[in-house]
Design a binder for this molecule. Structure first.
Ligand code: SAH
Ligand code: SF4
Length: 446
């Protein structure tokens, strides 16, 4: 979400006459769009801002601003912890940054300009995309979250759930498609709650499923993904959507947080491990081979070896394709900030590592199943390494690298997978004819 906000803000700044430079040394202003989910992210941002301000002593007239979640979380106090800051802008004021930055440049000196107010309709402000071609783009569909997970600072930093209208989102997707974008990822803190108060169910379909259907009707958009759903709102209509909407890619990021019911209760996550597994089973029945990824927290307050064993058990049952494993980080201001952070750091690290080891094993095993198959790849751009090598993703979101003399960015191509590692697949382009033959061979084998 931060990346998407920064991308949209860069477009707004460009319209106001600013331009992005790619070397900090060339910049007249540096704006840090911050995260507050864990303490480490906040510490890094504070360190970075301090470092930039220190460079002024070397005679550089650099303006420094802190935007986003940490600004919202720490408020005006942030100016005290980072002396010399020029701008502090919260999550609902991002679209005012161009005019606020003008003000920073117009004045000689003074304390920071601070804008942290809530603003009605601010969820509609993040809708613009850069002129540069994007094969796959993020589309922000809502802001905020009404849940109260005990560890989480997001409801405080991003505010109450506020949704954009379906027509606005569809229009944004149409504009992206007109520029050649073929894939959109619909973004929200809790997309399964999209429109729950504003939009009625139709034929048993939730507002979010209605939104996905509407986006699927946009010509030119060939692939749809979304993140993040919440297990509580992941109902049959959304499972069916994977069966009925071919453009919805077979890949779900479904944060579980823990495999222990006691920990889930303490986290204020209203589901059990068994309920989570039911959703996974339903998805796998609807779409065999669907890729399932997750977020998990290790070392939550009072998480015992027994609780952690339940998480390992859940990992073994689901065999996640990928997961973000977070070590618990106490967040002052989160609903559970009075809970004791009582799992030792070494213990957190060890649990973290055990899950990462399992994930590496599952990911490699899964990737190896693709070897010998032909995958449809949306080419995103050049691979990081090697000349004439391209990077794209298959429907389940796996990174695929292949050689090509031609620039294929933005195209859907067929690639025969020759090798697999934990993180990526490699292969060769196949011609349309060869692809047909391969499909026939596969059908005969079946
Ligand atoms: N809205 C998403 C998650 C947003 S935050 C959801 O509910 O699924 C992204 C992830 O950061 C969370 O899923 C959680 O695993 C992790 N996280 C949030 N707060 C954290 C904390 N205090 N310590 C460690 N990890 C945290
Ligand atoms: Fe945070 Fe929970 Fe909301 Fe996700 S659902 S943003 S973890 S409060």
């Amino acid at each position: 979400m931060n990346e998407r906000d920064s991308e949209a803000l860069a477009v707004m700044l460009a319209r106001a006459g600013y331009s992005v430079v790619y070397d900090e040394d060339d910049a007249d202003a540096v704006l840090l769009n911050t995260c507050a989910v864990r303490e480490l992210a906040e510490r890094k941002a504070i360190g970075k801002a301090g470092h930039l301000i220190a460079r002024r002593k070397a005679g550089k007239a650099l303006r420094v601003g802190v935007l986003g979640c940490m600004a919202q979380n720490r408020g005006p106090a942030l100016a005290g912890s980072i002396p010399g800051l020029d701008l502090v802008v919260g999550t609902q004021q991002l679209h005012h940054v161009p005019e606020l930055l003008d003000r920073v440049f117009e004045r000689e000196e003074g304390g920071p300009i601070v804008a942290l107010e809530e603003e009605e309709g601010s969820q509609n402000a993040i809708s613009e995309h850069p002129a540069q071609f994007q094969a796959a783009a993020f589309v922000s569909i809502m802001q905020g979250c009404n849940m109260r997970c005990s560890y989480c600072i997001v409801p405080r930093t991003r505010g109450k759930e506020r949704c954009r209208p379906i027509e606005h989102i569809v229009q944004e997707c149409r504009e992206l498609a007109a520029r050649g974008t073929k894939e959109v990822t619909l973004l929200g803190q809790i997309v399964t709650s999209y429109g729950r108060r504003e939009i009625p169910f139709v034929d048993g379909k939730s507002p979010f499923v209605q939104l996905v259907e509407a986006v699927a009707k946009v010509d030119g958009i060939e692939r749809i993904r979304f993140t993040s759903p919440h297990p509580r709102g992941f109902k049959e209509d959304l499972v069916d959507a994977f069966r009925c909407i071919p453009k919805l890619m077979p890949c779900v990021h479904l944060p579980v947080q823990s495999g222990s019911d006691a920990v889930l209760r303490a986290m204020n996550r209203p589901y059990s491990a068994a309920k989570y597994l039911e959703i996974v089973d339903a998805l796998r029945e609807a779409v065999p081979g669907i890729c399932i990824t997750t977020d998990v927290i290790v070392g939550f307050p009072n998480e015992s070896e027994e609780d952690f064993a339940r998480t390992v058990e859940l990992f073994e049952k689901v065999r996640f394709d990928m997961a973000y494993v977070f070590k618990y980080s106490p967040r002052p201001g989160a609903p559970g900030d009075a809970l004791p952070d009582n799992v030792y750091e070494e213990e957190k690290e060890e649990r973290n590592q055990r899950l990462l080891d399992l994930l590496a094993q599952y990911s490699l095993e899964r990737n190896q199943t693709y070897v010998g198959t032909v995958q449809e790849i949306l080419v995103e751009g050049r691979a990081r390494r090697g000349e004439n090598r391209w990077m794209g993703r298959n429907p389940t979101g796996r990174k695929v690298i292949f050689p090509s003399e031609a620039n294929l960015a933005g195209q859907l191509v067929s690639v025969r997978i020759d090798s697999a590692s934990v993180t990526a697949l490699e292969g060769e382009l196949v011609s349309a004819l060869e692809e047909q033959t391969l499909t026939l061979v596969r059908v005969e084998q079946l």
